[in-house]
Ligand binder design. Structure first.
Ligand SMILES: *[C@@H]1O[C@H](CO)[C@@H](O)[C@H](O)[C@H]1NC(C)=O
Ligand SMILES: *[C@@H]1O[C@H](CO)[C@@H](O)[C@H](O)[C@H]1NC(C)=O
Ligand SMILES: *[C@@H]1O[C@H](CO)[C@@H](O)[C@H](O)[C@H]1NC(C)=O
Length: 430
């Protein structure tokens, strides 16, 4: 609805479908209405350190948030942001799409639909992609033609411009939290009939095809499965509410932390895509049996803090390994050594947590949405300054190099069967 109105307003001016709109056209088209309130609002006094940007609001580049569900400001639809090095005006008001000052359009990956994209694309505008969710939410972006539309990205991949790889790990302290249930007590629960392994999954038909693997594993080792997938145990009444079962509810946490091992299989298998499925058992002091990111070892606390399914040639071999660990307290305890800070030896993990500027549930740090917005703002101001310098003195100042994303910012291998050859999958399987 909003889009139709907007089309009616601009269509006569931008001549949709007749000739490409370029920068010159948008100079002609500079309606006064869209940002009026903000344009004349007083310049805010806060500055990031290193930001000496003297410009008033009506001289700042504009970043337009295109996805209607995502605008990290409240209230209103337009705000000035003063970032580490420079300032921008950010807005969710689509009327500014054709402004010359609109330097970048920011998209939310999960909502991105090619047919809703602001086309034709203006040559002076960059596109920025924020996609913190699972790659399975939008396959278009896993394809090279899809991802190359964007100049800047914030995704789970370390190759992304603004990586969110550790977004599910709140802090180092979260990992260091003492084991919730001591091993002796876990062993008592084992004797009382608890299985060694927990599975808790209610989203069953996913690209990683995890249930097929778990089903096979269940033939060789006892697994208590409480979720909808491969369910073999009822949850106790007090945990029946599934909204509780997925959160950080204290009773839920103490229920699951009695298990020595937690099956932790992501819904999609992509390099650097790791979620709370990995970090939460470690927080509780349970050993994750993990499949997801093929490069997960790059981020683990040390080389002995999770069991990686891909290290085993079959579910049966994995089951033998878990059974042996279940019987060997000393060896099991080695998997929890990282609870002692000096045993966290992975520098990439330590540096990744130390150097990220955004926080998770941490009010003292910006969130990654505002962080990415400022990243784009600073990059765009740099680009505009470089272009200006180039126009003034083309011989001395090179024009800035174009920059665009590629499949390393988002890509995932094609889905494959979770267990066994593809011919064994029932053709009627979703
Ligand atoms: C794990 O790390 C320890 C100490 O950092 C090292 O001695 C050991 O060889 C490593 N093991 C593997 C399998 O890399
Ligand atoms: C942004 O990406 C597009 C391709 O998707 C490219 O044509 C354009 O040159 C890039 N812009 C900048 C400023 O790098
Ligand atoms: C993809 O982009 C990264 C930088 O973001 C770059 O280092 C890499 O060379 C690019 N790969 C290809 C194949 O263009």
């Amino acid at each position: 609805m909003a889009l139709c109105l907007w089309l009616i307003v601009v269509a006569p001016v931008c001549s949709w479908g007749q000739r490409p709109v370029d920068t010159a056209d948008s100079v002609v088209f500079q309606p006064q209405s869209a940002l009026t309130d903000m344009e004349f609002a007083s310049v805010s006094t806060y500055r990031g350190p290193g930001n000496t940007d003297p410009r008033p609001n009506n001289k700042l580049p504009i970043l337009l948030w295109w996805s209607s569900n995502l605008f990290p400001h409240f209230p209103g639809d337009t705000e000035r942001v003063d970032c580490a090095h420079s300032s921008c005006l950010v807005t969710s008001n689509r009327k500014v799409q054709l402004y010359r000052r609109t330097a970048s359009i920011v998209f939310y990956g999960t909502d991105f639909r090619a047919y809703e994209a602001p086309l034709p694309r203006l040559s002076h505008q960059t596109w920025a992609l924020f996609h913190e969710e699972s790659p399975m939410n939008n396959y278009l972006l896993s394809h090279n033609v899809g991802i190359r539309l964007f100049n800047y990205t914030a995704t789970f991949r370390r190759e992304s411009d603004y990586p969110l790889t550790l977004q599910w790990l709140p802090s180092l302290d979260y990992l260091l939290k003492p084991t919730a249930v001591p091993l002796q007590e876990k062993n008592r629960w084992r004797q009382a009939g608890l299985a060694p392994v927990l599975y808790m999954q209610s989203h069953c038909d996913v690209p990683s095809d995890r249930d097929r693997y778990v089903q096979e594993l269940m033939k060789y080792i006892e697994i208590d499965s409480y979720g909808k997938c491969l369910n073999n145990k009822p949850l106790p009444d007090y945990l029946e509410d599934t909204s509780t079962a997925t959160g950080e509810d204290r009773r839920f946490m103490s229920f699951v932390s009695r298990y020595k091992f937690h099956l932790a299989l992501e819904n999609g298998l992509c390099p650097d895509y790791m979620t709370e499925k990995l970090w939460r058992p470690m927080h509780q002091g349970c050993v994750p049996i993990y499949r997801g990111s093929s490069s997960v070892a790059d981020w683990l606390a040390n080389n002995h803090s999770a069991i990686l399914i891909d290290d085993f040639s079959s579910p049966r071999e994995l089951a033998e390994f878990i059974k042996a660990l279940d019987q060997d307290d000393a060896e099991y305890s080695r998997y929890l050594e990282y609870k002692t800070p000096s045993k966290i030896t992975n520098l990439r993990l330590l540096e990744g947590l130390e150097s990220r500027e955004w926080g998770v549930n941490d009010m003292s740090k910006p969130n990654y949405l505002n962080g990415f917005e400022c990243f784009v703002c600073d990059r765009e101001n740099e680009r505009l300054a470089a272009e200006k310098a180039h126009r003034k003195n083309p011989k001395q100042n090179l024009s800035p190099q174009p920059k665009m994303a590629n499949s390393s910012h988002m890509g995932c291998p094609l889905p494959s069967p979770g267990y066994g050859p593809v011919e064994h999958i029932d053709p009627n399987d979703g």
